[in-house]
Design a protein around this ligand. Structure first.
Ligand SMILES: Cc1cc2nc3c(=O)[nH]c(=O)nc-3n(C[C@H](O)[C@H](O)[C@H](O)COP(=O)(O)O)c2cc1C
Length: 242
């Protein structure tokens, strides 16, 4: 059978164009796609908690670089049987306490988190040759925090969230649109009407990181990894081999 995509040939060298070592003759001091020539180092992790400043700086640079959905993160959960699952969500809050996303509490991920309240989240900023990875216990955010975010959403998004029993099967697109239309009617219209309340089983989760790892691509796959690990009395900083 003819292959549509030749995966083995899709090797892209970091920092200097195609190939492992680069084609532009740039030396090891050249900047990577992130525009930074300096090697990521655990000493870049400063402040309290030490991951926050660098994470915010990299997120801001991902926004400036016009990466699509720069706040998208791939969240990993494990269900009651120990089976993992991942999916992309949008990070809607970052603070000393952790990273926040909003979703259906009865969704597949919501059920997994009810059984195993622990998650990972990875920001794959591939175009910048950067990645940040979080791991830690997960808590629901307060109803006030959920309400504040809910109120910031467009009415159309509110109605869709209200109408959707997230992760449950539905017979057809027509049935989905009918459910959305019925919800709009219930609240007085799609464009205007009564405020749409926060659905009972919808809200935010916060991953409270106990591990945060920063990754920076370098030539010859000799990449940089710096990690902050929460300990009983603070944070331990370390460099990992690529
Ligand atoms: C770019 C992108 C952003 C997304 N953002 C969210 C989000 O913020 N919240 C959410 O519940 N689902 C979001 N989704 C959909 C999820 O990936 C997923 O399909 C959904 O949450 C159901 O996941 P589950 O069945 O594992 O619970 C997003 C998908 C993509 C591709």
């Amino acid at each position: 059978m003819k292959k549509l995509v030749d995966l083995p040939s899709m090797r892209v060298g970091y920092r200097a164009g195609p190939g492992e070592t680069g084609s532009d003759g740039a030396g090891d001091d050249a900047a990577g796609a992130d525009g930074v020539s300096a090697n990521l180092d655990p000493s870049w992790l400063t402040g309290d908690p030490p991951w926050l400043g660098l994470f915010e700086a990299w997120l801001a640079e991902a926004v400036l670089a016009r990466i699509p959905e720069p706040n998208a993160m791939v969240v990993g959960t494990v269900d009651a049987d120990g089976r993992p699952a991942t999916r992309t969500v949008l990070c809607k809050g970052v603070s000393e306490a952790g990273v926040v996303f909003f979703t259906g509490y009865h969704s597949q991920k919501g059920q997994a988190l009810a059984a195993v309240p622990y998650a990972s989240a990875t920001f794959p900023w591939i175009a910048l040759e950067r990645q940040v990875h979080f791991r830690g216990p997960v808590v629901k955010v307060s109803p006030e925090e959920t309400l504040a975010y809910w109120n910031s959403r467009p009415r159309g998004s509110q109605l869709s969230a209200y109408a959707s029993a997230q992760s449950r099967p539905i017979a057809s697109r027509t049935a989905l649109e009918a459910a959305a239309a019925a919800t709009a009617e219930q609240f007085g219209g799609a464009d205007a009407g009564e405020p749409v309340p926060v659905p009972e089983n919808w809200g935010g989760y916060r991953i409270e990181p106990e591990v945060v790892e920063f990754w920076q691509g370098r030539a010859n796959r000799l990449h940089n990894r710096a990690r902050a690990v929460r300990t009983t009395d603070g944070w331990r900083l370390e460099r990992l081999q690529p």
